[in-house]
Design a protein around this ligand. Sequence first.
Ligand code: 26Q
Length: 800
Amino acid sequence: MKKMSKEYIRHELIKTLHSNYNVAPDDASDTQVYNALSTIVMEHLNEKRNSFNNRINSQGRKQIYYLSMEFLMGRSLKTSLYNLEIVEDVRNILKEYDINLEKIYENEPDAGLGNGGLGRLAACYLDAMATQEIPAMGYSICYEYGIFKQKIDDGWQTELPDNWMPGGEVWLDPKPERAVEVHFEGELHEYWDSQYHHISHHNYSTVLAIPYDMYVSGYNSDGVSVLRLWTAKSPSFDMAMFNQGDYAKALSQNSIANAISKVLYPNDNHLEGKSLRLRQQYFLCAASIGDIVTNHMSVYGTLENLHDKVAIHINDTHPTLAVPELMRILLDDCGYSWDKAWHIVKNTFAYTNHTVMAEALEKWDINLLKSIVPRIFSIIVEINNRYCQKLSQLSENNYEKTNRMSIIKNNHIHMASLCVAASHSVNGVSKLHSEIIKQDVFADEYEYFPLKFKNVTNGIAYRRWLYQSNPGLTNLLSSKIGDKFLKDGDELKKFGVFENDKAVLDELAKIKRTNKENFLKYAKNYCNLDFEIDPDSIFDVQVKRLHEYKRQHLNALNIIADYNYLLENPDADYTPRTYIFAAKAAPGYYLAKQIIKMIWCISEEIRKNKKISEKLNVFFLEDYKVTLSELLMPASDISEQISLAGTEASGTGNMKLMLNGAITLGTLDGANVEIKQAVGDDNIIIFGMTAEEVSAKKAMGYSPRNYYDSNNTIKQAVNRMYHGINGCNFNDVANSLQNSDPYMVLADFDSYRAAQKLSSELYNDKYKWLKMSLNNIAGAGVFSADRAVKDYARDIWGIL
Ligand code: 26Q
């Protein structure tokens, strides 16, 4: 498909502004220009997708369906202009009318249909699959409200609804003709007719799933991925009204059904076993499987070859019910035998695990499932019966082992066990995590099905965080290594030859400095930055969801220790540093909210002491989201990746930061291990226990109190939490550290503090630091999502 010419874009812009708003470009508001531009891009994407689809179908290629409860898309306009390679043309056209493209971007809300890493990963993969021309469709829910908007009120997190539709809806292409009926509750009737076993479902309640499509163009490719988002409507929903374009009226009809797509659950790495969440999950699965089956039937007229032509990927266990749903269709609607249906299912599904934390492993009460999705429940029971039988054979009647692997235990359905049983592939998201899965979470399963277990280390849509977010660095790279790196991350390696080139290193320093200024300007205009930050200070950045395992409180404890030190040694030689935090806490996560307030109080108190705040400054940036990350990553010097080893499955912020030249200060956890391999030991600052040391320490019985009692720096810092920071005490945080410290903050504290000290020394050795920075940029290519989806294609989906 040809790219849009500049003349065509100008013509369409004038035409669209005229027909939609009756204005000329000179008189149009920014919102009108945003809407018009987005509409033009959207129409082009739609056509591009159609021609890509036609090609794919005529070639009979395998389709990839990526099911995820979350897709954290961020903004679409900027990314689309870059990927379609029309950004310069559009910028110049707008300039003719004295319109600033950067300001137009600001009219778009983030599509925040996700919590954090897992949701953003799904979005990155749509971009990468389009770029690699892998035919892909993502499925999720069109939440009316995405991840809440965070306001910091006197240091406390408050949550406001994220009403993203005004401004976001231009990117949604309604497809009412593809609506699917989803059935909940009701009763099952079983009967036999000439040796066939029939099951029928009665008195169910129906919810309509109506899809809206978003398009993601590949960069410099013919590929376009579709993200199909389902909205839930009660069947009284008036389709005629909808088709006539009266969306608003049709959508206003309320019912319980509508609640299903109302709001994203704001939990990250923590299970919430509520019935509405279960309804959401089944809704996504039933609608998507229905759609996949319809698609496949329309091309092939049979489901016999489904597993040859379709790969369904489930993003963690959240869409697990897709498995029994496909079984249901094959058994009840198509009349396949159990064994045949199971064969198709097993060869179709692949599962990615994203967590090893016990509290995040999904399990559902059998009675809840039985009442909400009775047929699905009965299929899971049958899957489990047959699976346990097989396990008994394999284990020679080892009852304990079989029971450990059983899908149903203690009146709960264990979704991860179901996923492992029903998928041909199970993968972790970093080398370390994939090993932990085999040795720990799924150790029994690994013993019997070793070949199922794989690794695909996460990757990021790196163009978004480099080309689109860091033009200074992009220009420098292009001038030194050409622009092949935009399509091939491996090319970044070539930048490594400049590690000792002072002119290049000086250029790098200048770019970083400009990015820091730009970030500060933006944060003053659009965020909650209402004090001065020195752009020459080290920008030490920890941005991610707030969770104890990620140990923002380790970072905070060290800042308190530095503050204590500076109070006693006000004239000490201390390399000026600004700690930048951004993090949303799950609304019900008490300690996480305390930690946010504590960081905010540290920031306030320090700033009351002018002398200290010239050296040590803290900023808690509110409402962290994709768009903010795009501004912050290019401005960062240090990337804090300090989770307790063995807890962070991979991390992806670590990759975005290194790509922008930040130095990782981190533990040997998740993908940090591979970052170290990629950049070499000299270009990363590692501290803390290894995952093995953590296990050993746990086994010995860990006692945080010993560290508190024997280490004065720790004692004084923790005591400050008790006594008050900015007039507020943090007894619960302090007690948790002193008495249980589940994530071993105190055990890693000394080592962390030494690493922090080392980072200052390295920073002061200017060219050494810049060399490290350059080597991080040069080593980031392997963490591209392009590489990751190619790994999936080759090792899991069998299509390369
Ligand atoms: C489950 C049930 C009910 C309600 C919510 C949830 C739920 C929602 C989101 C559970 C977990 C999540 C999100 C998990 C997540 O983001 N994990 C991160 O995935 C990244 C991509 O692989 C990794 O880089 C991170 O290490 C991992 O923490």
